[in-house]
Design a protein. Structure first.
Length: 394
């Protein structure tokens, strides 16, 4: 990983990456000295939050480990923060009662305090500790609350509503193409509508069962013609590119159009979860890599790269809504923007006047470039997900 933004995410999620989330075994503080770091034992119960680190331990700058012990009766989250600004330098989540985990952090000169958030109790901030000297502080991030995320989420829902109107028009046109037997127009208009839908990736969870009706797939190896539950864009794609007649596709086109119009009418009553906004920016690209770049969702049109480009559009829209919050928290945002531009420009270079290069027609060099671009995007979007991981502030 490279860049400050990635370092920020690594720092503020140090506990999760090192020992958090139940993925790593807890180890006693005494057994950790073999890593070559200076270790400081710190208690993180509500009544003793931060005890063990203070002037008597001669605080110093540099990479070090705090062995956090939860002596309380319930699990806790622990943050290391600047008490004057609230910026976070490291965290550990889900520290179980009676257990110890190491929080490894690179400290610069400044003022720090541990914040302990025991389950079902108010947040407690321990004593402030000053690290002397003039060493620059490492990466940090301001915490984000659900309240912070409500305005961008509402703005995004309005954007989705506008795309719904666009999508409804497009599926109506596709239905008309099929009804009058113009399959050439149907292939063209199928892609137009499908790409509109693919740009709305952050809202799919809120769509519920409608997503499966509109954009579902079949199980791997199953004959699409023998799957009665296979409907929507991909079912129509299969028919359009496998010689099915317009008459045989009329029911599918009608089903798709009806489902889209029903979703549009229901959308104004739906509420997206603000806490998921940052994660969705990463998930959209992750899904593109998993389903589009593998060809898993190609039912004959060979337009996976067009869909991947639409997915980048979807990620850009999420980032645009989050940008006022992200700009103050991610110093690598300009690099991320440049990477999005580069990845999308390369994909569009593989569009030959409306005919996209199919995955199996890519040269090895082209395939490697696409894979590298999306791998880079996933790295750079991981900090966005970490930064927007909602944290308690009280």
């Amino acid at each position: 990983m490279g860049g400050t933004a990635v370092a920020v995410a690594a720092a503020i999620t140090a506990g999760v990456l090192a020992t958090g989330g139940g993925h790593h075994a807890t180890r006693p503080a005494a057994a950790a000295a073999s890593d070559g770091l200076r270790h400081t034992a710190v208690d993180v119960s509500p009544s003793t939050c931060g005890r063990g680190w203070g002037a008597t331990q001669k605080p110093h700058a540099g990479t070090q480990a705090f062995d956090l012990h939860n002596s309380a009766a319930s699990a806790t989250e622990v943050y290391l923060k600047d008490p004057s600004t609230g910026r976070l330098f490291a965290e550990i989540e889900g520290l179980a009662p009676g257990t110890t985990r190491s929080m490894v952090v690179d400290l610069g000169s400044g003022r720090y305090a541990f914040e302990c958030q025991q389950e079902d109790t108010d947040s407690v901030t321990g004593p402030t500790v000053t690290v002397p000297g003039k060493a620059p502080q490492g990466p940090s991030s301001l915490p984000v609350t659900v309240h912070d995320l409500i305005p961008p989420t509402l703005d995004y829902q309005k954007w989705i509503n506008a795309r719904m109107a666009e999508l409804s028009t497009d599926t109506g046109v596709l239905k008309s193409d099929v009804d009058r037997g113009d399959l050439t127009a149907a292939r063209r208009d199928w892609l137009t509508g499908h790409l509109v839908y693919e740009r709305m990736g952050a809202a799919y969870d809120t769509f519920g069962d409608a997503d499966g009706v509109i954009n579902g797939t079949t199980a791997i190896g199953r004959d699409p013609l023998k799957d009665p539950d296979f409907t929507g864009f991909h079912r129509i794609e299969y028919g359009l590119w496998h010689g099915e007649s317009a008459k045989s596709l009329r029911g599918q086109a009608a089903t798709l159009d009806k489902a889209v119009k029903a979703l549009r009418s229901q959308w104004t009553t739906q509420q997206m979860d603000p806490a998921n906004m940052g994660l969705r920016a990463h998930e959209i690209i992750e899904n593109a890599e998993q389903f589009e770049l593998t060809g898993r969702t190609d039912y004959g049109s060979g337009t996976n790269l067009a869909t991947a480009s639409a997915n980048i559009d979807g990620t850009r829209e999420i980032l645009a809504k989050l940008r006022p919050l992200l700009a103050a928290r991610d110093s690598g945002l300009a690099r991320l923007d440049a990477s999005l531009d580069r990845a999308q420009a390369y994909l569009k270079s593989l569009d030959r006047k409306g005919t996209w290069t199919a995955l199996d027609r890519l040269t090895r060099a082209q395939r490697e470039q696409v894979n590298a671009d999306f791998g880079d995007l996933l790295e750079q979007l991981a900090p966005v997900a970490a930064i927007f991981d909602v944290r308690r502030t009280v």
